[in-house]
Design a protein around this ligand. Sequence first.
Ligand SMILES: *Cc1c(COP(=O)(O)O)cnc(C)c1O
Length: 399
Amino acid sequence: MSQSALYATFARADVAFERGEGSWLYTADGDAYLDMMGGVAVNALGHAHPRLVAALKAQAEKLWHVSNVFRIPEQEAVAEKLADLTFADRVFFCNSGAEALECAIKTARRYHFVNGRPERVRIVTFEGAFHGRTLATLAAGGQEKYLEGFGPKAGGFDQVPFGDPEALDAIIGPETAAILVEPIQGESGVRPVEPQMLRHLRELCDRHGLLLVFDEVQTGMGRTGKLFAHEWAGVTPDVMAVAKGIGGGFPLGACLATEAAAAGMTAGTHGSTFGGNLLAMAAAGTVIDVVAEPEFLEAVRAKGLRLKQKLAGLVDTHPEVFETVRGEGLMIGLKCRKPAGEVVAAMRARKLLCVGAGDNVIRFLPPLTISEAEIDEAVHRADAAATDIEAASRKGAAA
Ligand SMILES: *Cc1c(COP(=O)(O)O)cnc(C)c1O
């Protein structure tokens, strides 16, 4: 692997996949892995979903890309779908989560600028947040390990501890523009923000004239069993970043905003060469149509409950390996007592794919199309992996 010409930025597992189908990934040798990480919440409809493949093929034969200097009816249609299904009136398409966040941050600052409050530039964020890897989103996330060695931290971000209303009150000042939060923190370990806290943030924003920005890059597009996770709390943001699942595997990000919040984003203030590419629109239109069906979301909730309950059972049977289970829908975190990296590797040895997170948590982010039988099989494999870990540590203790 050291021979690879790639940047060494990823600590990659030494396994490669050649094709996928539904919740399964296959190596060139034909080994089948049960995919409980879905490309980190990207493959919302699993692999090679027939409707997604058909939509992409049909578009590929017509037109791939036209510049955003032209009207793109397919883009308008997908934006319309999102607006109909959410709080939003306006959508900006880009290519990733970090880009969606960049647009959200610019939208919030610009809102105050055009409303005669140009001093309002600061964004309040939360410890443990992850908003992407661009210079601004790294500053928003505030995690030292990601900022080190990359020069001056982009200014204008104030971070408060997770779930500390007093610190929040204290940090809001005359220069505050917005509060930015993930309804469930993903990368830092599937840490849900309490619904009453989200409602409190909405009240704070209303009281101080701030914009509320939700990062639903990981929690959105049906992941938690609602189209967007904030629906659980019954509050809506002014601006929202979406990506990961929305393209079902085709790179796409979107920044959604109310008419008022987006009012400052006039011609020339923002742009993207690839954003809203026709292939991406074909994929996203299909993903949205499938996921937004009430029965589909109902099934995600039922399957999520099944997975969570069965994993809670594993916590009981393997108390040396697992500690607690948390999360919503098909965004489930299993906090481990053994190092999460070892647990992920043990599961991979049992041909079960999950992904690590902060707080010594492993995440299950399977395709939303996963079947109940596949969930049972995943838990069965996780059980076997935990037994392997226990056997290895008994051996280690005996040696
Ligand atoms: C993955 C993620 C991002 C960054 O998305 P990229 O597409 O990798 O830029 C931002 N916010 C959250 C909550 C994420 O999970």
